[in-house]
Design a protein around this ligand. Structure first.
Ligand SMILES: Cc1ncc(COP(=O)(O)O)c(C=O)c1O
Length: 489
């Protein structure tokens, strides 16, 4: 039998117990939802699927627009991109959320293992965060930082207390792209250099500037973008040319063999060699910055060899560049072992960008940097109407409180480690499960044609699996340059 891990947080998303039959783990996350049993929706009905854990919360009855009408409007009045990005052949029509659960308009319950694209950090509509928003809405919706108001100052002080010295100066934005745009600008102004290096496969935003940082063709448009942005090989120890069975900081290693002596990582040396090659061939001798996520999110929870970031930071700083950690996905305790992903690499960046989990879904982002870098930026005037909005600050402040009070970071570690360990058993059993990796609730399962070639599982097969998992009541994400990675957050 399965039992729900003790969890107060919506980031808790998993179950413990024996899972020894031949179904993938996700197949075992079946539901006994409020209203419907989804076994009938599953293409290969299986009588043996366990039931979803119970949930006391009762969603409101849906009385809104029909699904057909929503799709008509989606096609006619919402921009065509909404259709392009719609997940699933039979889309999910979400009505309500409570902690780790989502309900569709038909009352069907889903375990949200994608967390609104790694965004819901403490649970859908967490009561404490909702109350903080409500209270602030009654008091003051909007003012800007041309006035002095308490929520802004309370939040900036609180957020800064979570970062090591000298990262103490906070800029508030409305999204991750905006935070990364700002960080690019600040790095260039502070260093007087222009070139910025990122990893292949990365996603850092979709604005014209951040599109240059982003290194994934799906998100690129045929316009002039990325002036001064250069990508380097992502040190992906599963898909890349080098990697072994001790490279990464994860409860699960790759199945690649490793002949490195203790304390020595050949893969790391090779990948650092590639970065040196980038310095030698693709950028001027002085650079503005290196942007890196501690774990590559959209790229598919890609983890680098353990000392890579430390050595990369040193090389970047030798060339006058700033080191920028994009914590949009990895921040706020998601990786379990640490509050920030960079702490798991034993580095201190010059700037940290964040969004997503910062507001548990409330639109918000931030850049935190040093007083020295902030001083270089103070030469002009930077104004942001909504950055630091009182409601956003109240929400984000309460998110930090919930993470601390409910031990959300520890829950991520506990649940994520369990989930990865179980998923690794599936990897050992099934030829198409190539790799399981991650830290805490930042998990990637790389699907392949076969383990020897490591070729991505074809898109059609991924679509089938993705649809079946959803029909069994679990929402997961899809990532990777070839869309070959199942993501669980
Ligand atoms: C690592 C990373 N950086 C930046 C962004 C951009 O954030 P936003 O969508 O809030 O602009 C994303 C979005 O997925 C992301 O995953």
């Amino acid at each position: 039998m399965y039992k729900v891990l003790p969890c107060l947080s919506g980031r808790c998303a998993f179950l413990t117990g024996q899972q020894s039959r031949s179904w993938p783990t996700w197949a075992k996350l079946h539901l006994a939802s409020g209203a419907l049993c989804q076994k009938s929706a599953f293409k290969y009905p299986h009588t043996d699927l366990p039931e979803m854990p119970p949930c006391q919360f009762i969603p409101e009855e849906y009385k809104g627009m029909s699904k057909e009408r929503m799709m008509e409007i989606r096609k006619q009045n919402c921009n065509p991109m909404t259709m392009k990005v719609t997940s699933y052949k039979n889309p999910v029509f979400i009505h309500q959320g409570h902690m780790q659960w989502l309900w569709d308009v038909d009352g069907r319950r889903y375990l949200d293992l994608f967390a609104g694209v790694a965004t819901v950090s403490v649970g859908h509509c967490h009561p404490k965060v909702t109350a903080a928003a409500e209270q602030q809405l009654k008091k003051l919706w909007h003012t800007t930082n041309i006035y002095v108001y308490p929520t802004l100052h309370e939040y900036c002080e609180k957020l800064a207390s979570y970062l090591p010295d000298p990262l103490k100066v906070v800029y508030l934005t409305n999204s991750g792209s905006e935070a990364n745009d700002l960080a690019m600008l600040m790095a260039r102004l502070h260093t007087g250099n222009y070139d910025i290096i990122t990893f292949r496969g990365s996603y850092h935003g979709g604005s014209p500037q951040t599109m240059g940082l982003t290194s994934n063709a799906a998100y690129k448009y045929p316009i002039a973008n990325g002036l001064g942005c250069t990508n380097t090989m992502c040190p992906d120890v599963f898909r890349g040319p080098w990697g072994g069975s001790h490279c990464r900081d994860s409860p699960v290693q790759t199945i690649r063999e490793c002949s490195c002596a203790e304390g020595h990582c050949m893969a790391n040396e090779h990948y650092i060699g590639q970065l040196k090659e980038t310095f030698a061939t693709s950028v001027p001798s002085r650079v503005a910055a290196f942007f890196g996520e501690p774990i590559q999110g959209v790229g598919g929870a890609v983890q680098y060899p353990k000392n890579y970031l430390k050595e990369a930071y040193k090389l970047v700083r030798e060339r006058g560049g700033l080191c920028i950690a994009d914590e949009v996905q990895t921040g706020f305790g998601r990786t379990g072992s640490h509050f920030w992903g960079f702490q798991g690499h034993d580095v201190v960046p010059d700037m940290v960008t964040m969004a997503k989990g910062i507001g548990n879904g409330f639109p918000m982002g931030a850049v935190v940097t040093t007083p020295e870098i902030a001083a270089s930026f103070a030469k002009g005037v930077h104004f942001n109407t909504f950055g630091g909005n009182p409601v956003a600050c109240a929400v984000a402040s309460s998110v930090l409180d919930v993470i601390r009070e409910e031990g959300t970071q520890q829950i991520s570690l506990h649940v994520g480690t369990y989930l990865m360990t179980e998923l690794a058993k599936l990897r050992d059993k099934y030829e198409i499960v190539g790799d399981v990796r991650g830290k805490g609730l930042m998990i990637g399962v790389e699907m392949v044609k076969d383990k020897a070639s490591r070729e991505p599982l074809p898109a059609e097969a991924m679509v089938e699996i993705f649809e079946d998992v959803k029909d069994m009541g679990v929402l997961i994400g899809k990532g990777g340059v070839y869309g070959q990675i199942s993501e669980m957050q």
